[in-house]
Design a protein around this ligand. Structure first.
Ligand SMILES: CN(C)C(=N)NCCC[C@H](N)C(=O)O
Length: 264
Protein backbone atom coordinates (compact mmCIF):
# COMPACT_ATOMS: atom_id res chain seq x y z
CA UNK A 1 0.00 0.00 0.00
CA UNK A 2 1.57 3.34 -1.05
CA UNK A 3 2.03 5.56 2.00
CA UNK A 4 3.06 8.88 0.45
CA UNK A 5 -0.57 10.04 0.24
CA UNK A 6 -0.89 9.42 4.02
CA UNK A 7 2.23 11.52 4.67
CA UNK A 8 1.17 14.27 2.25
CA UNK A 9 -2.30 14.23 3.85
CA UNK A 10 -0.73 14.61 7.30
CA UNK A 11 1.43 17.60 6.29
CA UNK A 12 -1.28 19.30 4.24
CA UNK A 13 -3.81 18.82 7.05
CA UNK A 14 -1.39 20.49 9.48
CA UNK A 15 -0.79 23.41 7.08
CA UNK A 16 -4.52 23.89 6.50
CA UNK A 17 -5.04 23.82 10.22
CA UNK A 18 -2.50 26.60 10.85
CA UNK A 19 -4.44 28.77 8.40
CA UNK A 20 -7.81 27.88 9.90
CA UNK A 21 -6.65 28.38 13.45
CA UNK A 22 -7.85 31.99 13.84
CA UNK A 23 -11.36 30.87 12.80
CA UNK A 24 -11.27 27.95 15.23
CA UNK A 25 -10.13 30.17 18.06
CA UNK A 26 -13.08 32.50 17.42
CA UNK A 27 -15.47 29.55 17.18
CA UNK A 28 -14.16 27.93 20.31
CA UNK A 29 -14.13 31.01 22.52
CA UNK A 30 -10.52 30.61 23.50
CA UNK A 31 -10.88 27.21 25.17
CA UNK A 32 -8.92 25.58 22.45
CA UNK A 33 -6.12 28.07 21.93
CA UNK A 34 -3.17 25.64 21.98
CA UNK A 35 -2.03 24.13 18.71
CA UNK A 36 -0.87 20.69 19.84
CA UNK A 37 -4.26 19.04 20.24
CA UNK A 38 -5.71 20.27 16.92
CA UNK A 39 -2.46 19.31 15.12
CA UNK A 40 -2.55 15.85 16.67
CA UNK A 41 -6.14 15.33 15.62
CA UNK A 42 -6.74 17.17 12.32
CA UNK A 43 -3.40 16.20 10.76
CA UNK A 44 -3.86 12.51 11.62
CA UNK A 45 -7.46 12.56 10.40
CA UNK A 46 -6.50 14.32 7.15
CA UNK A 47 -3.79 11.74 6.61
CA UNK A 48 -6.38 8.95 6.94
CA UNK A 49 -8.79 10.79 4.60
CA UNK A 50 -6.31 11.41 1.76
CA UNK A 51 -4.44 8.12 2.22
CA UNK A 52 -7.58 6.00 2.19
CA UNK A 53 -9.08 8.03 -0.68
CA UNK A 54 -6.05 7.53 -2.92
CA UNK A 55 -5.59 3.87 -2.02
CA UNK A 56 -9.29 3.15 -2.61
CA UNK A 57 -8.95 4.73 -6.07
CA UNK A 58 -5.93 2.51 -6.64
CA UNK A 59 -8.01 -0.55 -5.82
CA UNK A 60 -11.00 0.60 -7.89
CA UNK A 61 -9.17 1.84 -10.97
CA UNK A 62 -5.72 0.20 -10.78
CA UNK A 63 -4.07 3.60 -11.32
CA UNK A 64 -1.56 5.22 -8.97
CA UNK A 65 -1.82 8.94 -8.23
CA UNK A 66 0.96 9.58 -10.83
CA UNK A 67 -1.14 7.97 -13.58
CA UNK A 68 -4.44 9.63 -12.75
CA UNK A 69 -3.97 12.80 -14.84
CA UNK A 70 -3.42 10.75 -17.98
CA UNK A 71 -6.13 8.19 -17.06
CA UNK A 72 -8.68 10.14 -15.00
CA UNK A 73 -10.95 8.02 -12.79
CA UNK A 74 -14.73 8.25 -13.28
CA UNK A 75 -16.77 10.45 -10.94
CA UNK A 76 -18.46 7.34 -9.54
CA UNK A 77 -15.07 5.99 -8.49
CA UNK A 78 -14.05 9.35 -7.07
CA UNK A 79 -17.28 9.54 -5.07
CA UNK A 80 -16.92 5.98 -3.74
CA UNK A 81 -13.28 6.54 -2.79
CA UNK A 82 -14.20 9.83 -1.07
CA UNK A 83 -17.01 8.15 0.87
CA UNK A 84 -14.64 5.37 2.00
CA UNK A 85 -12.06 7.94 3.14
CA UNK A 86 -14.81 9.92 4.91
CA UNK A 87 -16.16 6.85 6.70
CA UNK A 88 -12.75 5.83 8.05
CA UNK A 89 -11.69 9.38 8.90
CA UNK A 90 -14.90 9.76 10.92
CA UNK A 91 -14.00 6.71 12.99
CA UNK A 92 -10.54 8.15 13.79
CA UNK A 93 -11.95 11.63 14.34
CA UNK A 94 -14.74 10.59 16.74
CA UNK A 95 -12.86 10.69 20.09
CA UNK A 96 -10.89 13.85 19.17
CA UNK A 97 -14.02 15.61 18.00
CA UNK A 98 -15.93 14.63 21.13
CA UNK A 99 -13.19 16.15 23.30
CA UNK A 100 -13.23 19.32 21.20
CA UNK A 101 -17.01 19.69 21.51
CA UNK A 102 -17.00 18.99 25.25
CA UNK A 103 -14.26 21.59 25.86
CA UNK A 104 -15.96 24.06 23.56
CA UNK A 105 -19.25 23.81 25.44
CA UNK A 106 -17.71 24.14 28.86
CA UNK A 107 -19.00 27.36 30.37
CA UNK A 108 -16.35 27.79 33.10
CA UNK A 109 -13.08 29.42 31.99
CA UNK A 110 -10.19 26.95 31.77
CA UNK A 111 -7.96 28.26 34.54
CA UNK A 112 -8.71 31.56 36.21
CA UNK A 113 -7.71 32.22 39.80
CA UNK A 114 -10.70 32.31 42.14
CA UNK A 115 -13.17 30.91 39.58
CA UNK A 116 -14.80 27.46 40.06
CA UNK A 117 -12.82 24.47 38.73
CA UNK A 118 -13.98 23.63 35.20
CA UNK A 119 -15.26 20.09 34.66
CA UNK A 120 -12.44 19.40 32.18
CA UNK A 121 -8.98 20.88 32.69
CA UNK A 122 -7.76 20.19 29.14
CA UNK A 123 -7.90 17.62 26.33
CA UNK A 124 -6.12 14.82 28.22
CA UNK A 125 -8.12 15.36 31.40
CA UNK A 126 -11.30 15.49 29.31
CA UNK A 127 -10.47 12.16 27.59
CA UNK A 128 -9.62 10.51 30.92
CA UNK A 129 -12.83 11.80 32.57
CA UNK A 130 -15.04 10.61 29.70
CA UNK A 131 -13.34 7.20 29.80
CA UNK A 132 -13.78 6.97 33.59
CA UNK A 133 -17.38 8.18 33.69
CA UNK A 134 -18.82 6.91 30.38
CA UNK A 135 -16.50 4.03 29.48
CA UNK A 136 -14.70 3.29 26.19
CA UNK A 137 -17.97 3.62 24.26
CA UNK A 138 -18.41 7.06 25.80
CA UNK A 139 -15.41 8.24 23.76
CA UNK A 140 -17.39 7.35 20.63
CA UNK A 141 -20.57 9.19 21.60
CA UNK A 142 -22.00 10.85 18.48
CA UNK A 143 -19.78 8.71 16.22
CA UNK A 144 -22.74 7.53 14.12
CA UNK A 145 -23.80 11.07 13.40
CA UNK A 146 -20.18 11.87 12.53
CA UNK A 147 -20.02 8.94 10.10
CA UNK A 148 -23.33 9.98 8.53
CA UNK A 149 -21.92 13.50 8.21
CA UNK A 150 -18.56 12.58 6.73
CA UNK A 151 -19.29 9.63 4.44
CA UNK A 152 -21.30 11.37 1.69
CA UNK A 153 -19.70 14.71 2.43
CA UNK A 154 -16.22 13.50 1.56
CA UNK A 155 -17.56 12.05 -1.69
CA UNK A 156 -18.87 15.54 -2.51
CA UNK A 157 -15.54 17.07 -1.39
CA UNK A 158 -13.41 15.10 -3.86
CA UNK A 159 -15.96 15.28 -6.69
CA UNK A 160 -16.06 19.07 -6.41
CA UNK A 161 -12.27 19.29 -6.34
CA UNK A 162 -11.73 16.96 -9.31
CA UNK A 163 -14.64 18.43 -11.29
CA UNK A 164 -13.30 21.99 -10.97
CA UNK A 165 -9.72 20.94 -11.72
CA UNK A 166 -10.82 19.11 -14.88
CA UNK A 167 -12.97 22.03 -15.98
CA UNK A 168 -10.04 24.46 -15.95
CA UNK A 169 -7.12 22.19 -16.96
CA UNK A 170 -6.19 21.02 -20.47
CA UNK A 171 -6.55 17.23 -20.76
CA UNK A 172 -3.63 15.19 -19.44
CA UNK A 173 -1.94 18.17 -17.72
CA UNK A 174 -1.55 18.97 -14.04
CA UNK A 175 -3.83 21.75 -12.76
CA UNK A 176 -2.13 25.11 -12.14
CA UNK A 177 -1.62 26.40 -8.59
CA UNK A 178 -4.45 28.91 -9.04
CA UNK A 179 -6.81 26.16 -10.18
CA UNK A 180 -5.84 23.92 -7.24
CA UNK A 181 -6.38 26.79 -4.79
CA UNK A 182 -9.81 27.68 -6.17
CA UNK A 183 -10.93 24.06 -6.60
CA UNK A 184 -9.69 23.15 -3.08
CA UNK A 185 -11.41 26.19 -1.58
CA UNK A 186 -14.74 25.42 -3.24
CA UNK A 187 -14.44 21.72 -2.36
CA UNK A 188 -14.09 22.81 1.28
CA UNK A 189 -17.14 25.07 1.05
CA UNK A 190 -19.26 22.41 -0.71
CA UNK A 191 -18.30 19.83 1.90
CA UNK A 192 -19.13 22.11 4.82
CA UNK A 193 -22.46 23.23 3.35
CA UNK A 194 -23.37 19.55 2.92
CA UNK A 195 -22.03 18.65 6.36
CA UNK A 196 -23.56 21.40 8.46
CA UNK A 197 -27.02 19.81 9.13
CA UNK A 198 -25.45 16.64 10.51
CA UNK A 199 -22.69 18.64 12.15
CA UNK A 200 -25.33 20.35 14.31
CA UNK A 201 -26.94 17.00 15.21
CA UNK A 202 -23.57 15.37 15.89
CA UNK A 203 -22.58 18.11 18.36
CA UNK A 204 -25.88 17.71 20.18
CA UNK A 205 -25.43 13.95 20.41
CA UNK A 206 -21.91 14.46 21.76
CA UNK A 207 -23.18 16.75 24.52
CA UNK A 208 -26.05 14.42 25.29
CA UNK A 209 -25.48 12.24 28.33
CA UNK A 210 -23.19 14.72 30.03
CA UNK A 211 -25.80 15.40 32.68
CA UNK A 212 -28.77 13.34 31.51
CA UNK A 213 -29.74 11.61 28.26
CA UNK A 214 -32.19 13.68 26.19
CA UNK A 215 -32.14 11.96 22.77
CA UNK A 216 -32.94 8.33 21.88
CA UNK A 217 -30.67 8.47 18.83
CA UNK A 218 -29.69 10.47 15.74
CA UNK A 219 -33.22 10.51 14.27
CA UNK A 220 -34.82 11.51 17.55
CA UNK A 221 -32.27 14.32 17.90
CA UNK A 222 -33.10 15.56 14.38
CA UNK A 223 -36.86 15.46 14.92
CA UNK A 224 -36.84 17.18 18.31
CA UNK A 225 -34.35 19.82 17.14
CA UNK A 226 -36.57 20.71 14.14
CA UNK A 227 -39.72 20.68 16.32
CA UNK A 228 -38.20 23.07 18.81
CA UNK A 229 -36.15 25.35 16.57
CA UNK A 230 -37.46 24.93 13.01
CA UNK A 231 -35.53 23.91 9.89
CA UNK A 232 -33.07 26.77 10.38
CA UNK A 233 -31.37 24.63 13.02
CA UNK A 234 -29.71 22.68 10.21
CA UNK A 235 -27.88 25.74 8.96
CA UNK A 236 -26.42 26.91 12.23
CA UNK A 237 -22.77 27.88 11.74
CA UNK A 238 -22.84 27.42 7.96
CA UNK A 239 -21.42 30.90 7.28
CA UNK A 240 -18.41 30.62 9.59
CA UNK A 241 -17.83 27.01 8.48
CA UNK A 242 -17.75 28.13 4.84
CA UNK A 243 -15.58 31.21 5.47
CA UNK A 244 -13.05 28.99 7.23
CA UNK A 245 -13.34 26.19 4.69
CA UNK A 246 -12.08 28.18 1.68
CA UNK A 247 -8.56 29.10 2.84
CA UNK A 248 -8.08 25.90 4.86
CA UNK A 249 -8.90 23.58 1.98
CA UNK A 250 -7.22 25.73 -0.69
CA UNK A 251 -3.93 25.35 1.23
CA UNK A 252 -4.59 21.70 2.08
CA UNK A 253 -5.04 20.72 -1.58
CA UNK A 254 -2.20 22.93 -2.83
CA UNK A 255 0.30 21.44 -0.39
CA UNK A 256 -1.03 17.91 -0.97
CA UNK A 257 -0.70 18.20 -4.77
CA UNK A 258 2.77 19.75 -4.65
CA UNK A 259 4.14 17.28 -2.10
CA UNK A 260 3.04 14.38 -4.29
CA UNK A 261 4.50 16.04 -7.40
CA UNK A 262 7.87 16.60 -5.67
CA UNK A 263 8.00 13.02 -4.47
CA UNK A 264 7.34 11.88 -8.03
C1 LIG B 1 -16.80 17.59 7.83
N1 LIG B 1 -16.20 18.18 6.69
C2 LIG B 1 -17.05 18.98 5.84
C3 LIG B 1 -14.92 17.98 6.34
N2 LIG B 1 -14.19 17.30 7.08
N3 LIG B 1 -14.54 18.46 5.18
C4 LIG B 1 -13.23 18.21 4.63
C5 LIG B 1 -12.37 19.31 4.98
C6 LIG B 1 -11.44 18.99 6.04
C7 LIG B 1 -10.64 20.16 6.45
N4 LIG B 1 -9.63 19.71 7.37
C8 LIG B 1 -11.49 21.21 7.12
O1 LIG B 1 -11.47 21.26 8.36
O2 LIG B 1 -12.15 22.00 6.47
Amino acid sequence: MPVEEFVAGWISGALGLVLGHPFDTVKLLGFFKGMSFPIASIAVVNSVLFGVYSNTLLVLTATSHQERRAQPPSYTHIFLAGCTGGFLQAYCLAPFDLIKVRLQNQTEPMAQPGSPQPQYRGPVHCAASIFREEGYRGLFRGAWALMLRDTPTMGIYFITYEGLCRQYTPEGQNPSSATVLVAGGFAGIASWVAATPLDVIKSRMQMDGLRRRVYQGVLDCMVSSVRQEGLGVFFRGVTINSARAFPVNAVTFLSYEYLLRWWG
